[in-house]
Design a protein around this ligand. Structure first.
Ligand code: ADP
Length: 401
């Protein structure tokens, strides 16, 4: 069975075609600047890159071009579109309705649309992508895999905010959490790596990329996570503030005479690592500032980033009354020994100790980096959200037969 995984943004589209028997990626790629001048498709097969520059008015044209690339005589990987058994779509927000992935039908489309209010930047392009695929492949089953679904197991006292209860009832104001597909993949992969039953493990997953979140996974279920009503909450990220006193928002809006949209842009696009350092949103640039340029602002940013992560780890140990396994994933978590070193320093009270040599070797691979006398297993596990989406899609479509 071959499954196409599609992740649509407002002007971009990422895809992978996966052979589910071997779980091998047959082809993958990215379309950028959809609806803008200078659209470009980068299609990759076996490490070779094929670039098509052609203006693409909308997502339907982009997906048509992707399908053509997949069946292309020279660099295609399938003979016919019918070889694609199913399409798995990443959908950001499933609200309280979806705790699992689902086969897309008219009701699911309506629910994704209803959730657009909660994720105005993400759900509408996700829907556009689903519609475009449905038009081009009307007989192929489609599955929605929600970023929020895994965190639907959080208890009410963890996901509620201390604001008037009627706002929860009327507007759905609560913590939803995001990156769920990654947290689910990584927590399960960590249990498999340790040869343990996920149901018997208390795991803390640190997904540290440009966007970053931490989750507490008890017995395979998410019991808390750092992102909230939106992906702005929690850790300090590339350009997002993470947690701040909410009174700062109203204070600045009044002081600077900012509209809600302007304030939103400041917190989402101008804050975090970029806002504090005034150097870059990229952790590699911050590390250069710390280790090579002796830059004070880079040092402050670096310390803030790690301190917040340590705080969350501590609070999730308390939430679960213990932790067996701490896992690092995401661009920073998978690749940066220095950041992992900083986070795990002075955590021995909690039973967390890493082997520095192993930590230095763990770059983009599954690896146990715990010290021999560490009570808690510390692992690096590269995330693979696309594979998780493809697996869910395969499972759901197989049930149809
Ligand atoms: P996204 O949230 O966009 O999916 P990724 O998980 O791909 O992001 O992570 C991208 C981030 O990973 C970049 O901001 C970059 O700073 C960081 N990164 C990648 N490699 C390293 C490294 N060796 N050291 C520090 N940071 C790194």
């Amino acid at each position: 069975m071959k499954v196409l995984v599609v992740n649509c943004g407002s002007s971009s589209l990422k895809y992978q075609l996966i052979n589910m028997e071997s779980e091998e990626v047959l082809a993958k790629g990215l379309v950028e600047r959809i609806g803008l001048k200078g659209s470009v498709l980068t299609h990759k097969v076996n490490g070779n890159k094929y670039v098509t520059e052609q203006d693409m008015e909308d997502h339907k044209i982009a997906i048509k071009l992707v399908l053509e690339s997949l069946i292309d005589k020279d660099h295609g990987v399938i003979k016919d579109m019918n070889e694609i058994s199913a399409v798995g779509h990443r959908v950001v927000h499933g609200g309280e309705k979806y705790a699992n992935s689902v086969l897309i039908d008219a009701e699911v489309m309506k629910s994704i649309e209803d959730c657009a209010k909660l994720a105005p930047l993400h759900n509408p392009p996700n829907l556009v992508g689903i519609n475009a695929c449905k038009e081009l492949m009307p007989n192929t089953p489609m599955v929605a895999v929600f970023d929020t679904a895994f965190h639907q197991t959080m208890p009410d006292y963890a996901y509620m905010y201390g604001v008037p209860y009627e706002y929860y009832k009327k507007y759905g104001i609560r913590k939803y959490g995001f990156h769920g597909t990654s947290h689910r993949f990584v927590s399960k992969a960590a249990a498999d790596f340790l040869n343990k039953d996920v149901k018997k493990l208390k795991t803390i997953v640190c997904h540290l990329g440009n966007g970053a979140s931490i989750s507490a996974v008890n017995g395979g279920k998410s019991v808390d996570t750092s992102m909230g009503f939106t992906p702005l909450a929690g850790l300090m990220m590339g350009t997002r503030s993470g947690d701040i006193d909410p009174a700062v928002v109203t204070f600045l809006m009044k002081e600077l005479n900012k509209t809600p949209e302007e304030m939103d842009a400041i917190l989402n696009k101008k804050s975090g690592i970029a806002g504090i350092s005034e150097i870059s949103s990229d952790m590699r640039d911050i590390k250069k500032g710390v280790y090579e340029d002796n830059n004070d602002r880079a040092k402050l940013t670096y310390n803030m980033f790690h301190y917040r992560i340590k705080e969350y780890i501590g609070s999730y140990v308390a939430a679960m009354n213990g932790v067996d396994c701490l896992v690092f994933t995401g661009g920073i978590g998978e690749n940066s020994n220095q950041n992992r070193h900083e986070i795990c320093t002075d955590m021995d009270y909690l039973g967390i100790k890493i082997d520095e040599k192993k930590n230095d070797e763990a770059i983009g691979i599954d690896m146990d980096i715990s010290a021999a006398d560490s009570k808690v297993k510390v692992l690096v596990i590269p995330t693979n959200e696309e594979l998780m989406i493809a697996r869910d899609t395969k499972d759901i479509v197989t049930l149809l037969k």
